[in-house]
Design a protein around this ligand. Structure first.
Ligand SMILES: *[C@@H]1O[C@H](CO)[C@@H](O)[C@H](O)[C@H]1NC(C)=O
Ligand SMILES: *[C@@H]1O[C@H](CO)[C@@H](O)[C@H](O)[C@H]1NC(C)=O
Ligand SMILES: *[C@@H]1O[C@H](CO)[C@@H](O)[C@H](O)[C@H]1NC(C)=O
Ligand SMILES: *[C@@H]1O[C@H](CO)[C@@H](O)[C@H](O)[C@H]1NC(C)=O
Ligand SMILES: *[C@@H]1O[C@H](CO)[C@@H](O)[C@H](O)[C@H]1NC(C)=O
Ligand SMILES: *[C@@H]1O[C@H](CO)[C@@H](O)[C@H](O)[C@H]1NC(C)=O
Ligand SMILES: *[C@@H]1O[C@H](CO)[C@@H](O)[C@H](O)[C@H]1NC(C)=O
Ligand SMILES: *[C@@H]1O[C@H](CO)[C@@H](O)[C@H](O)[C@H]1NC(C)=O
Ligand SMILES: *[C@@H]1O[C@H](CO)[C@@H](O)[C@H](O)[C@H]1NC(C)=O
Ligand SMILES: *[C@@H]1O[C@H](CO)[C@@H](O)[C@H](O)[C@H]1NC(C)=O
Length: 359
């Protein structure tokens, strides 16, 4: 609990600090780390300020418990994935719990909130559901404990354990609700009038967390055991929408590039307005793939790996002509000769034949 508050103070400080800094654009260089602990870190994200577009995209990569772990916001959240195509990241979000303590006859809660205001990040309304598990539980989700604004909740009850069903989250032992677009702050709380003081012997704890909907499948064991919390050490994946939100520019405005900050630097890239909040994303044009945020980052489909010039190694038979192709080469013979069936000699022929050789 104390640790959480310290971490959160750190987060708030970091976010204020980040908001006041407007550095010159950094472009990923070959020296920049592209991976951390098996997670790809594509530009505009980067490890270190000189490798990321902005401080908000600065990923820390530190070794903990012998494993490199990528994290955002001063190591507050562990990054699981960065997607350029979908404009999302996934990180681990702590599960909030409310548990009955029999000896004190009190409910014990671990409050948790995340403030992303002023950053390029918003909780994804499409991919997440506020998920509540319990047999006598009302949990709230909202922007803030006390301030007005968005607040919603979900009630979960069960009068008879035999009513519970695996895979079913419909208010009996499990409840899920959607969140609105534009959510930049996340607070979880439990209603004091719903508690587990009468049912502690089969369901002592209730849980609530905003999480990736696709990653959840209710199990009746979540009611009677600590399995839900234990599965990933008290954390589950949440999906965050990011975008280039600097100046809240739409594609139309950003493309005019008045401040020299248009982020879609690659040829064959398109600008796509953000679907959640202001700003835009870049995407390689149809038929191209790669990183639209880097100059020459988008390659024609299938051209992702740097091409090797196989012709340097003279693979064609004597009298043949080598043609380098992407990922391969082909040999042809001079007019009047043809490549023989096994491709290792140029035999006399009246026609010109071009053979194909694939490595
Ligand atoms: C960004 O990365 C640098 C390393 O270049 C690190 O020292 C710093 O703490 C990070 N800054 C922020 C604001 O996260
Ligand atoms: C954000 O926009 C300001 C001007 O609106 C510009 O000075 C700054 O460089 C931009 N930062 C990034 C990371 O694009
Ligand atoms: C980028 O393009 C791909 C394929 O063309 C598409 O699936 C994806 O949704 C696009 N991303 C955005 C943010 O529009
Ligand atoms: C329950 O409450 C007692 C008395 O207040 C306290 O000593 C104990 O640490 C609590 N147990 C748990 C698991 O928090
Ligand atoms: C549990 O809730 C009931 C009302 O529903 C209340 O009377 C009781 O004091 C609460 N117990 C705890 C431990 O919060
Ligand atoms: C729970 O449901 C089962 C089967 O539907 C029934 O036999 C049992 O009596 C119920 N128990 C209570 C306490 O309602
Ligand atoms: C959820 O788990 C149940 C078994 O516990 C399984 O039958 C069902 O197919 C699962 N559903 C999904 C969507 O994974
Ligand atoms: C839980 O406690 C109640 C009384 O408070 C008792 O009737 C019930 O049998 C107990 N259930 C279990 C599973 O221990
Ligand atoms: C959930 O798991 C975390 C990490 O193992 C632990 O610190 C926390 O106390 C657990 N919460 C409950 C209610 O069991
Ligand atoms: C290709 O040339 C080799 C000798 O270099 C010969 O053994 C083989 O029969 C020829 N294959 C065809 C299909 O002509």
């Amino acid at each position: 609990m104390e640790a959480h508050i310290l971490q959160l103070l750190g987060l708030v400080f970091l976010l204020l600090f980040a908001a006041q800094h407007a550095p010159a654009i950094a472009i990923s260089s070959p020296r920049c780390q592209t991976q951390c602990g098996g997670v790809e870190i594509p530009y505009p994200f980067g490890v270190g300020l000189e490798c990321s577009l902005a401080p908000d995209f600065n990923v820390t990569c530190e070794v903990r418990d012998g494993i490199s772990k990528p994290a955002l916001f001063n190591n507050i959240v562990e990054l699981l994935e960065i997607s350029l195509i979908h404009g999302t990241i996934r990180f681990l979000n702590p599960i909030s719990a409310s548990c009955y303590n029999r000896s004190s006859d009190k409910m014990e809660e671990d409050p948790w909130w995340v403030n992303l205001r002023g950053t390029p990040y918003l909780f994804s309304d499409i991919h997440n559901k506020f998920t509540v598990i319990g047999c006598n539980t009302l949990a709230y989700i909202g922007y803030d404990i006390n301030s007005p604004g968005y607040q919603s909740g979900c009630v979960s009850t069960c009068h008879n354990l035999s009513d519970l069903a695996d895979g079913s989250c419909t208010g009996i032992g499990c409840c899920q609700t959607a969140i609105p677009k534009g959510m930049d702050t996340y607070f979880v709380g439990f209603d004091k009038n719903f508690n587990t003081s009468q049912i502690w012997n089969f369901s002592r704890c209730s849980y609530a967390v905003l999480m990736e909907a696709e990653a959840f499948n209710f199990s009746t064991a979540y009611i009677t055991t600590t399995e839900f919390n234990d599965t990933a050490s008290g954390q589950v994946a949440v999906v965050i929408d990011w975008a280039i939100r600097n100046g809240s520019m739409s594609c139309e405005v950003a493309k005019q590039n008045k401040e020299g900050t248009y982020a879609c630097l690659s040829k064959n890239s398109d600008c796509v307005d953000s679907l959640n909040g202001p700003g835009y994303l870049c995407n390689c044009s149809k038929g191209y793939e790669g990183n639209p945020y880097l100059p020459d980052g988008c390659h024609a489909l299938g051209h992702l790996t740097a091409d090797v010039d196989e012709c340097k190694y003279s693979p064609c038979p004597s009298g043949g002509i080598c043609h380098n192709t992407v990922g391969s080469y082909r040999c042809s013979c001079r007019v009047g000769r043809k490549l023989n069936g096994s491709g290792n000699s140029c035999d006399l022929d009246t026609r010109l034949i071009i053979g194909n050789n694939t490595l």
